[in-house]
Design a protein around this ligand. Structure first.
Ligand SMILES: NC(=O)c1ccc[n+]([C@@H]2O[C@H](COP(=O)([O-])OP(=O)(O)OC[C@H]3O[C@@H](n4cnc5c(N)ncnc54)[C@H](O)[C@@H]3O)[C@@H](O)[C@H]2O)c1
Length: 249
């Protein structure tokens, strides 16, 4: 129960990696605020872990302000923020249109920017804390058919370091790190598979690039989130934590 007394907010926590992180943080004793654009599943996750659900589109500054105000009003503090909500639109520079490129950056990068910007004052008032930005190995290495996602996740990678440096040098006691999953079995993966003509071949390709011999599970990433959220990682900030079965090695 290493997060007893702590309050955490996880975005995109109605499913996938966000849900797994929310459950892991709750198991460790945190009070978890589940946020998502999917109300029914988000409420179900929040209900099952004794937390609060807030409907929240991460691209909306007004939604962020309302979500954080609700957290402060109900719990008086915020110790952990997990910027997890994200989308993947596949496409090369030839295939991707401007609207898809902008949409990907808006959800994956701008949403994380707004979250950090608006949560830092509340976390500072709470005596510090930990921000975990879910990036991807696609933020570290490029694929020809991921032009928008590569741009967004690479942005999250260096933006995380910039915010970490700011927080470390201004006495906020807030640590900021990114997590870089390899391919993980979630609904997002199903959505990616649905965008290609031969999903079976794509899956075989995914497995082949993970030297460990299989793709990951949401809990593999949730364990890293818990470590970064906890005091065990008290000397870790500005780090890009890779959890990818050796894919980028
Ligand atoms: N699954 C993978 O293989 C994988 C690999 C690397 C990184 N990631 C990253 O992990 C994060 C979670 O991915 P996942 O696989 O769990 O995806 P998912 O699609 O299963 O779940 C994402 C959740 O985010 C929510 N969401 C989408 N847009 C939103 C918005 N504008 N505001 C608020 N919530 C929104 C969705 O409703 C959904 O509940 C993403 O940032 C993704 O880029 C996933």
């Amino acid at each position: 129960m290493e997060l007893q007394g702590k309050v955490a907010l996880v975005t995109g926590a109605a499913a996938g990696l966000g849900e797994a992180a929310a459950r892991k943080l709750a198991e460790a004793g945190a009070t978890v605020v589940v946020t998502d654009i999917e109300t029914a599943t988000g409420e179900a996750v929040a209900g099952s872990i004794g937390g609060m659900f807030v409907r929240h589109d991460v691209t909306s500054e007004a939604d962020w302000a309302a979500a954080l105000a609700a957290v402060e009003q109900r719990y008086g503090r915020l110790d952990v923020l997990v910027n997890n909500a994200g989308i993947t639109l596949m496409g090369s520079i030839d295939e991707m249109d401007l609207a898809g490129f902008r949409r990907t950056l808006d959800v994956d990068l701008v949403g994380t920017f707004i979250g950090c910007k608006l949560a830092i004052p509340l976390m500072s008032r709470s005596g510090g804390g930990s921000i975990v930005n879910i990036a991807s190995i696609a933020g570290l290495q490029a694929s020809a058919n991921l032009v928008a996602y590569n741009a967004a996740k690479a942005g999250v990678t260096l933006m995380t370091k910039s915010i970490a440096l700011h927080c470390a040098t201004t006495g906020t006691r807030i640590r900021v790190n990114s997590v870089h999953p390899g391919v993980i079995r979630t609904a997002m993966l199903d959505k990616v598979m649905a965008q290609v003509p031969n999903p079976q071949e794509l899956m075989e390709g995914f497995v082949a690039v993970h030297p460990i011999g299989h793709i990951g599970e949401p809990d593999d990433i949730a364990e890293m989130v818990l470590y970064l959220a906890s005091a065990r990682s008290r000397f870790v900030t500005g780090a890009a934590m890779v959890v990818d079965g050796g894919a980028t090695s």
